[in-house]
Design a protein around this ligand. Structure first.
Ligand SMILES: Cc1ncc(COP(=O)(O)O)c(C=O)c1O
Length: 395
């Protein structure tokens, strides 16, 4: 239920920080989509693939073995070890699985618990936009103030370290990074990542880095973790998860890694609010890390094939789209149609049954864009292009 739909007597009983966050702009579209047949949904940000079979089997085995109890608040040691080894091997980011890795209920819980643990009322959090819809509410629910740093299509939606530094004040506590970026597909270039690390060190900022799309990077670009840069480990909280790369959205497993003193605070929030991530899902995730690499590579290659066709197609039919280098979203500019993002999305849904998300749901700089997720079949994407082209021709 949205805040707006509550009776006013109820609304006034809610905490001010809850009322301060508008209801999700995306939700309204999903409610409509659910009632329409033959919609091609490019709206939801989740893999169309099902979880690799050996991972599903691991979950079943876990249940059959009677592993139906709580785990440690931190998660199973097996999974924490797997996460730490993976981060060390891929990015050179080193964490002690015993005290510096926490398994969470998706990256979603990791974001919320981290903000609650780090942010005091009045603290400012620097956040690039457009960015994932859950970041700003997590900051506000923790009592913090979001200071937006705009990014623009003309710069490939890259975050400019000078723009970040210009917004640092005595109250700035955290620099929040979400790259590869939902919704723009931007990946931070190595120089920008280093310059952002310099800003964080110079102003003694904490960095919270949501790297859930770390494995979904294309075209020879590489993901780097800011936590592995010199002097950054002690000031970085690294968030990741299994939903995207392993097609495990429904299992709800994510993680947060941080130096021990910071992680202890985050664990405190987690242990009282959540207890532990689901045991079945943790056992499956441990097997995903060990055995599902070929599946990740297969899905990645297929996303890349779709990405190239779909982005070329959008540009061809007249919607300028920068090349997304990571995640699985295209962020075409629709402003040339004379419609706002919301009008475009609404009319496209009702007239051609294609669902996309208005770009300004992700921050003011997303205005004039829409987000289209290409984690759906190649054929559906081809059909979506036919429908969008027909829609454009009618305008
Ligand atoms: C950038 C980003 N972070 C976090 C999440 C949440 O992922 P999870 O399923 O692990 O909670 C999403 C999901 O869309 C996302 O796009």
């Amino acid at each position: 239920m949205s805040i707006e739909s509550l009776p006013s007597s109820t609304r006034s009983r809610l905490a001010a920080r809850v009322s301060a966050v508008p209801a999700s702009g995306i939700r309204k579209f999903f409610d409509v989509i659910a009632t329409m047949p033959d919609v091609i949904s490019l709206g939801v940000g989740e893999p169309d693939f099902t979880t690799p079979a050996q991972v599903v089997q691991a979950g079943i085995r876990s249940l059959e073995a009677g592993r139906t109890h709580y785990t440690s608040n931190y998660g199973t040691l097996e999974l924490r070890r797997g996460i730490a080894e993976n981060l060390e091997r891929r990015y050179g980011a080193s964490y002690d699985p015993a005290t510096e890795v926490l398994v969470t209920v998706g990256a979603s819980e990791a974001v919320a618990a981290t903000m609650t643990a780090l942010v005091d009322p009045g603290d400012e959090v620097l956040l690039h936009e457009p960015s994932y819809v859950a970041y700003m509410p997590a900051i506000v629910f923790a009592g913090g103030t979001t200071v937006h740093v705009p990014t623009r299509a003309a710069d490939g939606f890259a975050l400019d370290p000078d723009e970040v530094e210009r917004r640092v004040t005595a109250r700035t506590k955290v620099l929040f990074l979400g790259y590869p970026c939902n919704p723009t597909g931007a990946v931070l270039p190595p120089e920008a990542l280093r310059a952002l690390a310099d800003v964080a060190r110079r102003h003694d900022l904490l960095v919270v880095s949501d790297e859930i799309y770390d494995r979904l990077v294309y075209g020879g670009h590489q993901h780097e973790s800011i936590s592995a840069l010199p002097g950054m480990r002690e000031r970085t909280v690294l968030i990741g998860g299994f939903s995207k790369a392993y097609a495990m959205t429904g299992w709800r497993v994510g993680y947060v890694c941080a130096p021990r003193d910071l992680l202890e605070g985050i664990v405190k929030i987690h242990q009282y609010a959540i207890m532990c991530a689901p045991t079945t899902a943790q056992d499956a995730a441990a097997v995903a890390l060990r055995e599902a690499e070929p599946d990740v590579e297969r899905m990645l290659a297929e996303y890349d094939r779709r990405r190239r066709m779909f982005v070329d197609g959008l540009n061809r039919i007249g919607l300028p789209t920068i090349e997304p280098r990571g995640a699985f979203y295209a962020f075409p500019h629709v402003g040339g149609t004379g419609l706002t993002s919301e009008q475009f999305s609404e009319r496209l849904l009702f007239e051609e049954h294609v669902a996309v998300v208005p770009g300004d749901s992700f921050g003011p700089s997303g205005a004039g864009h829409v987000r289209a997720c290409y984690a759906t079949s190649y054929e559906q994407l081809e059909e979506a292009l036919v429908r969008i082209e027909r829609f454009l021709a009618r305008l």
